[in-house]
Design a protein around this ligand. Sequence first.
Ligand SMILES: NC(=O)c1ccc[n+]([C@@H]2O[C@H](COP(=O)([O-])OP(=O)(O)OC[C@H]3O[C@@H](n4cnc5c(N)ncnc54)[C@H](OP(=O)(O)O)[C@@H]3O)[C@@H](O)[C@H]2O)c1
Length: 380
Amino acid sequence: MSIEFQPLRTSDSDDYGEDEELHHEFGEIYDHGDDIFEVLETTHSTKGNIRNGIRRNYKYFCLLGVVMVIWAAIHIMIPLLKASKIKIALCENCLSAPTTLARDLPYLIYGTAWKESQTSELVKSAILNGYRFIDTANQPKHYNEEGSGDGWTEAVRELNLTRSEIYIQTKFSQNQDERSAPYNVSAPVSERVRDSVKSSLQHLKTNYLDALILHSPYSKIETTMEAWKAMESFVDDGKVLQLGISNCYKLETLSDLYDRSRIKPTILQNHLRTTEFDPKLLKFTRDHKMQYQAFWTLTANSNHLQKNEIKDFASAKGLSPQLYMYAFLLSIGITPLDGSKSHQIEDVDFIKRLQNKELVAFENEDEINLMANALEMKLI
Ligand SMILES: NC(=O)c1ccc[n+]([C@@H]2O[C@H](COP(=O)([O-])OP(=O)(O)OC[C@H]3O[C@@H](n4cnc5c(N)ncnc54)[C@H](OP(=O)(O)O)[C@@H]3O)[C@@H](O)[C@H]2O)c1
């Protein structure tokens, strides 16, 4: 039987060079019969269709490849790189929060803002590394409160600790994105506080909070007091142990809140930009047995921390300027918030040495005043 070979054209294109190769490859076999011919013709046609399809759409395949590489970088490589920065060195002989407080020892509060999906692993690593004080807020715009809840519970399970050994504070925030707010933004203030605190307790997987902080005062003291009264009701119910206020930079506002409240604030949490620091607020907290907590201590003062003068003070004590800054604040009665991702072990080791008195960063008033001058910070 003789069959005249007709190259199979799968498109109008003349570009079927590889089809001709197939022709030579299959030409001899064509002589063996119609059945084989039909099978091969089908195979040939299918391969050709696929190849031509790829050729015609190769730009789209390239684009798809690029999209897949970008997707893999965002979803696989970046999280892996971030995670590789989180180091854990299980803290031995770390003191619980109540012991630290009872002995009036220095400590850092682990800050959880802006950690998004990494919050739970960072809070977990913070506790495994030795932090025992956690700060968060029911403000999804900046904090993942549920992540903090997952993080501390996992760490406590691994370390075989109890809830009472960890200190957890959160905030009621008025400044919210309407879509993610943990309450109805049109509801009365007292209702917003109640809904926010109830969901905080759920997010944080706890039946009490060590402290509840009003994230910022309202512009009118009457509204601040409405929120405060709702916060007080949680202390009455045993769901909250103490109350605090944040972002309160006017002494009059703080003293007004103090005077009007039935349950007094025991915490003031403010940013610390040394040139703007108001020592009258620090004096007020000392006089009223309140704790002064500070955020932005490293980020807002990074220019000062680069000064040779401060580097020299720090290196004389074997410290980095950042740890010397923390030591300075602790020595004047300010507790820094520390949201470290990659310095957790270093920061906990520093605190342990301070607690054990292996490290005395400030030996006298003169050293404190020299650092305050270098930071352009007024003291009491
Ligand atoms: N009440 C409020 O309105 C308010 C506002 C802002 C913040 N906060 C609270 O305060 C917490 C802390 O926030 P923050 O703004 O002060 O900043 P932060 O999140 O603590 O960031 C401090 C920076 O310092 C670095 N760092 C930490 N230890 C270091 C060390 N030993 N040497 C060198 N660098 C070091 C960290 O780097 P690595 O991450 O690489 O370690 C990080 O880049 C927040 O998480 C939040 O809980 C409250």
